[in-house]
Design a protein around this ligand. Structure first.
Ligand code: ATP
Ligand code: MG
Length: 274
């Protein structure tokens, strides 16, 4: 694949060039761009929903530490993820700073291409068994706000984007801790059954949806399947270590759910980072 984000097309540069992309919300300039570079190009950028918060004229879903996720104005079933410029990202340690530095210079190491590779690797191995557990990544798309990763937008039953587990813990939730922990149990069992080394089980990488009337979690960021913090990734080489680590991560997440929802409003305003 190896698609590099053209320097002039990075979200922050494009924003400057098109004056905040004010025209996008008004649906101006829908001609589309050449597709000779292998990146899918999208044309018009009218927001699909009225009055949601906006990012560059697009309906905002949520911010992560490194990217912003917005609705695809051309298809309500999809979302677009843009890598943020350095000054809009959260602070991280040295190793992650190095990775970000590389990612901003070489698209291959960026969050979007890493997530796409991780998803494709899983898809090649597990096929349709991924559906319902990991949001589909369709590919890179060239938009007027820069290059984006185009993914399935996980939706709630009312058609709005599913909210992250993080937002259920630190903003509002209609679910009790037992139901959310049950969903973590099922995600953990699925990961173990399929030997999926999704180690970054943080509450921002999972969204809460429902299937057959039951609350379920869907992974919206599978980067950690191929990119980890260890220098020698023993837990990817050994199935026993992989399972042990997955169980630890799931248990830590259940504890976080229990702690956040037990303390409830006491935690408001001091949510930990994703
Ligand atoms: N496919 C999707 N469907 C619905 N919402 C999504 C989707 N992908 C991302 N989101 C929303 O965007 C948020 C941030 O997404 P994501 O984890 O991909 O960004 P990130 O910057 O890589 O995060 P971090 O670096 O903090 O892990 C999620 O918590 C979720 O609310
Ligand atoms: Mg993430």
């Amino acid at each position: 694949m190896g698609i590099l984000v053209p320097p002039g097309q990075h979200a922050c540069l494009v924003r400057r060039r098109c004056g905040g992309c004010a025209g996008m919300a008004a649906g101006q300039g829908t001609s589309g761009l050449s597709s000779a570079d292998g990146i899918r190009h999208t044309g018009g950028m009218e927001p699909a929903v009225s009055n949601p918060p906006q990012w560059q004229g697009l309906a905002l879903i949520a911010h992560g530490a490194n990217r912003v996720c917005v609705r695809d104005p051309q298809d309500a079933a999809l979302c677009l993820k843009f890598e943020l410029p350095a000054n809009e990202r959260t602070r991280v340690g040295l190793r992650q700073r190095v990775r970000r530095w590389l990612g901003m210079r070489m698209g291959y190491f960026g969050e979007n291409q890493t997530e796409l590779r991780a998803y494709r690797k899983l898809r090649a191995r597990l096929g349709d068994a991924l559906d319902g557990w990991v949001a589909r990544c369709h590919g890179l798309a060239m938009t007027r706000a820069g290059v984006a990763l185009q993914c399935e937008c996980v939706l709630q039953e009312d058609g709005r984007p599913a909210r992250s587990l993080y937002s259920h813990l630190f903003e509002t939730t209609g679910h009790d801790p037992a139901a959310l922990c049950g969903a973590i149990d099922r995600m953990e069992a699925w990961l173990l059954r399929n030997n999926v080394p999704l180690f970054d089980l943080n509450a921002g990488n999972l969204v809460v949806s429902s299937r057959a009337g039951q609350v379920e979690l869907v992974c919206v960021d599978a980067k950690s399947v191929i990119s980890g913090k260890e220098i020698l990734p023993f837990s990817r080489w050994s199935r026993v270590l992989m399972h042990r680590k997955l169980r630890r991560r799931a248990q830590r997440l259940r504890q976080r759910v229990a702690a956040a929802l037990a303390d409830g409003p006491a935690l408001a305003g001091r949510a930990p980072p994703h």
